[in-house]
Ligand binder design. Structure first.
Ligand SMILES: Cc1cc2nc3c(=O)[nH]c(=O)nc-3n(C[C@H](O)[C@H](O)[C@H](O)COP(=O)(O)OP(=O)(O)OC[C@H]3O[C@@H](n4cnc5c(N)ncnc54)[C@H](O)[C@@H]3O)c2cc1C
Length: 371
């Protein structure tokens, strides 16, 4: 049996951020992931400057041997209509590849890892967690994404509501496709459905193109993807050739999530907790912030990992990300559709409300965490 004080399940941005803070504080941490890094993650790979700041990303060092695409503006449209350009004339976000970004953060954390190990069995025994019958830990951090096994232990009879379902594909552009691709690296394109309950994107990152779309209702995703692909065809936007396939995944917006976050000796971070920001669905920032917040609560708990001591974490999540478990808005689709058509035509709405507030979260203050 391998022993550790804190066991983190999942090496994505949530797990590696939590690990970084705990390792720095000298805690005995083990991070387990079912994949071997570098591994890919279904994602558009868009990060806001807040992510760069919060993880302390050295952009020069990062870009030395990895893809880092600066974004200075966005093209937006109601799907099928003419796109509108909103230019900021400065860097407002970045495009990264998750196969590179996640490995970089994990390696940089210096945490001991056990890779290629899928967590299938978790049980509690005399105040310890026994995982896969071979790891024993006092504290368990669930960072395994939407389908995290720790989340299932904390929420055994839970059915999620308001799950985002999304599909994407990322592929290298050959020289001819790169020359003719109408998507500019500096200006990704966003395509909104009239009911505003989902959007598609084309994000070019150096020599790579990422295409995808997400919806708030699972049954609406397949027709939305078909409509999106037909639009790509009409616009002459390159699409991948076999064997490269579109891949799907699910995750939760914080405002709809109801998952319990804390139990005796355990807490959830990132997608395992369901924390993505609305309306963009940005999940990487919430993953790294919650990872750091969890680490601070674990450190403050001393060695008392009772639910009472860890409860502060749920409070911090509420203050940082807002009220959870809100009901879905009951606006009739015809009204949203009429409003979206009008609003997406207004330059001030697109710039201030949609992009700055909804996607860049420019009014959010930086996370304060104990040093
Ligand atoms: C199509 C799509 C596009 C997206 N685009 C963006 C975007 O552009 N920007 C953005 O900010 N967010 C985006 N998101 C959301 C973002 O990808 C997630 O919010 C983010 O990856 C959450 O990080 P995490 O560390 O919590 O989980 P993950 O990154 O999912 O990492 C979880 C880790 O746990 C491991 N794991 C899972 N189960 C087990 C197990 N049983 N045993 C051991 N290990 C396990 C996995 O292998 C994985 O490495 C997108 C999501 C989707 C689906």
């Amino acid at each position: 049996v391998q022993r550790c004080e804190v066991l983190i399940v999942g090496g994505g941005p949530a797990g590696s951020s939590c690990a970084t803070r705990l390792v720095q504080a000298g805690v005995d941490v083990l991070l387990v992931d079912r994949a071997r890094f570098p591994r890919d993650k279904v994602c558009a790979g868009w990060i806001t400057p807040a992510v760069v700041q919060t993880v302390g990303l050295d952009l020069q060092d990062y870009a030395r041997s990895r893809t880092l695409q600066a974004f200075t503006g966005f093209r937006t449209s109601r799907i099928g209509r003419r796109p509108r350009l909103t230019d900021f004339h400065r860097i407002v976000s970045y495009g990264i590849r998750r196969c590179e970004f996640d490995e970089y953060l994990l390696q940089r954390s210096g945490v001991a890892t056990l890779q290629d190990e899928s967590i299938v069995d978790i049980r509690r025994d005399a105040g310890f967690w026994i995982v896969n019958d071979r790891i024993r830990a006092r504290m368990l951090v669930g960072a395994g994404g939407h389908f995290c096994p720790v989340s299932r232990v904390l929420n055994p009879h839970h059915a999620d509501r308001g799950t985002i379902v999304a599909q994407e594909v990322e592929f290298a552009l050959d020289a001819s496709a790169a020359a003719h691709c109408p998507i500019e690296g500096e200006r990704p394109e966003l395509f909104f459905w009239p009911d505003l309950a989902g959007y598609g994107w084309c994000v070019r990152k150096g020599a790579f193109l990422n295409l995808g779309a997400g919806r708030l209702t699972p049954s609406e995703l397949p027709p939305a993807i078909r409509e999106f692909q037909a639009m790509l065809e009409r616009r002459g936007i390159p699409q991948p050739r076999a064997p490269i396939k579109w891949k799907g995944h699910a995750y939760l917006l914080n405002q709809f999530a109801r998952r319990r976050l804390v139990a005796d000796g355990a807490l959830l971070i990132g997608d395992a907790a369901g924390l993505a920001l609305a309306p963009s669905g940005e999940g990487i920032l919430a993953a790294v912030e919650s990872g750091l917040m969890a680490a601070d609560v674990i450190l403050a708990a001393g060695s008392d990992y009772s639910q009472t001591r860890l409860a502060a974490y749920a409070g911090h999540i509420g203050s940082r990300f807002g009220q959870r478990a809100r009901p879905a808005p009951a606006v009739p689709p015809w009204l949203t559709s009429a409003a979206s058509t009008m609003l997406l035509n207004l330059p001030w709405f697109t710039r201030r409300i949609l992009i700055e507030n909804g996607f860049l979260h420019t009014r959010r203050t930086a996370l304060k965490v104990a040093s």
